[in-house]
Ligand binder design. Sequence first.
Ligand code: DAH
Length: 326
Amino acid sequence: MIQALKKLEEDARREVSSLSDSKALDGLRVKYLGRKGLFASLSSRISEVPPEARRQAGQEINRVKQLLEALFSEKEKTLIPHPRFSEKKIDVTMPGTFLPAGRLHPLSRVIAEVSRIFGRLGFSVVEGPEVETEHHNFEALNIPLDHPARDSFDTFYLENGRLLRSQTSTVQIRVMEKSRPPLKIIAPGKVYRPDATDATHSFMFHQIEGLMVDEGTSFSELKGVLLAFAKEFFGSRTKLRFRPHFFPFTEPSAEIDIFWESCGEWLEILGAGMVHPNVFRAVHIDPEKYTGFAFGMGVERLAMLKYGVSDIRNFFENDLRFLRQF
Ligand code: DAH
């Protein structure tokens, strides 16, 4: 018996050491240590061993069993497959997987560019809600219920008495309700108007509002800031023209045109003016102490001019042939 165990041990050592893959090792394990394996059938023959030798044979059985188990588990460790190289070899000369690079939507690009320019002029970027109160969209901006200017800022009304803002000028009010001058902010965002869609109109579009309030802020500062912006955004040769206009929330007010060399025409790019004393009163800022200017521009309009886009609907149709050009 003891000799048979010795032989079993030697055979197992030899077979295990000559093997090099883990499937074959599993097979060997069954052959030696399985329920009907060589070791089991050998050790069951202990009953045939004469009683006086049994004790020694039993010890030998235990030793060989432990040895076999250790043998297999040691071997197994050396065969653990390398996770990267086990299945397939990597061909480093193959072309990589192509990950298409995303890009900013042209309107996001314009907003980012305008924000960057005004950021350098000391303005911070703030946002306000798209669902607004009548107070913020109209009354506080000096547009009372019976004022004819309501029409030009008409909007969509919700059943709960709120509305979708029709201008980002609402953010002027939101900022001045919370903060005291000096103030220098711009506010980009979506606005809504019940306009029929065509090449230059959309029921939803984007504006960027600007507001600067301090003691002694003047119209010439407004001109300086807007010219600095326009030169940076459209190019250093840009010329602006200020045309008198009416806005309820500013006095005096102007529409500002840019001279477009390629067509030799003045094109309107924004509205602006000095903050109306009634707007200051609505937010409890003393109009005798503070003055300020405000302006508002259409993002789609800026993008159409800068990139030569002739139809506003291009921005909203998600046609990749259009969007990939930016
Ligand atoms: N809110 C105006 C509009 O939607 C744009 C505007 C004009 C904003 C003059 C201003 C401003 O702040 O002073 O047409």
